[in-house]
Design a protein around this ligand. Sequence first.
Ligand code: FAD
Length: 292
Amino acid sequence: MSQRIGDLVGQGGRSFSFEFFPPKDEVGEAQLWAAIEALEPVRPTFVSVTYGAGGSTRDTTVRITERIARETSLLPMAHLTCVGHTVAEIETVLDAYEAAGVRNVMALRGDPVAGPRAPWTPTEGGLTYAAELVELVRSRAAFDIGVAAFPEGHPSAASLDADADVLVAKAEAGARFAVTQMFFRAADYFSLVDRVRARGVDIPILPGIMPILNLAAIRRQGELIGTSVPDEIVSRIQAHADDPAAVRAEGIALAAELCEELLEGGAPGLHFYTLNRSKATLEIFSALNVTS
Ligand code: FAD
């Protein structure tokens, strides 16, 4: 079987994938490996590990991705950003991924260290946009490349059309698939797909799924990254405001409904933001009754 996610996603079947982040300490690391162990039997198409803002978390991403490649049956994708890196440093990280047997890289610009809404300043000797990183990674035959997509538009994009132009530029630079930011209206995803197809580009776009288990936290995060929580969803969650277990159950049910609508409408798969836990993702999976 191909080790390249672009081949696997492009085959026309449904892809299921899980995203993890590099843990900060031993407790977090144990939780991550428990989640990986619990999710492995679902046989996802791939799993991905995000890339942090600096220092040791970046080494952790390389180490975790390498261990997934070496010790599990899972196909890993390592995220990589332009934040704080010169081109030479990016090359060194790519060397490490290549040596670790990682064959898929998610090429991102990354957010400024001060947060997603802070102004972006490129590092001297580094890269300005993700499309440049795609070109750099593409110069190495070892890697297949994924990129980020934004159903509601990237918060700094001038318009939804400008945002679609950026995704098209990343595809033309060599990205073979895209994964979206979290969103809660299927229509936003399908409109993005339409905008990209209207530009003559058929890159598979995997919808990113985040269940709402805590409304306040999702709204806070959504404000930062440009994802809105629609009123009808807020009402359904708030109807259970006094009962955390019922809020959770409603959040899972809402995510499963979104997943069904996406798959029925032709989405090529689902990418779950797991937050290094398996329970919610497995619950959505069983509500969907899908097989990978
Ligand atoms: P780009 O595609 O470069 O776009 C960034 C901004 O620049 C956009 O507003 C775009 O419209 C604009 N732009 C791009 N090209 C041009 C151009 N030629 N001219 C003018 N404007 C342009 N962040 C992390 O730090 N680590 C991660 O692991 C990580 N994983 C992610 C995974 C997914 C699936 C997603 C959706 C996001 C992830 N992010 C991660 C967040 C991401 O890095 C931020 O959203 C970042 O602000 C944008 O990254 P990008 O790759 O889309 O950048």
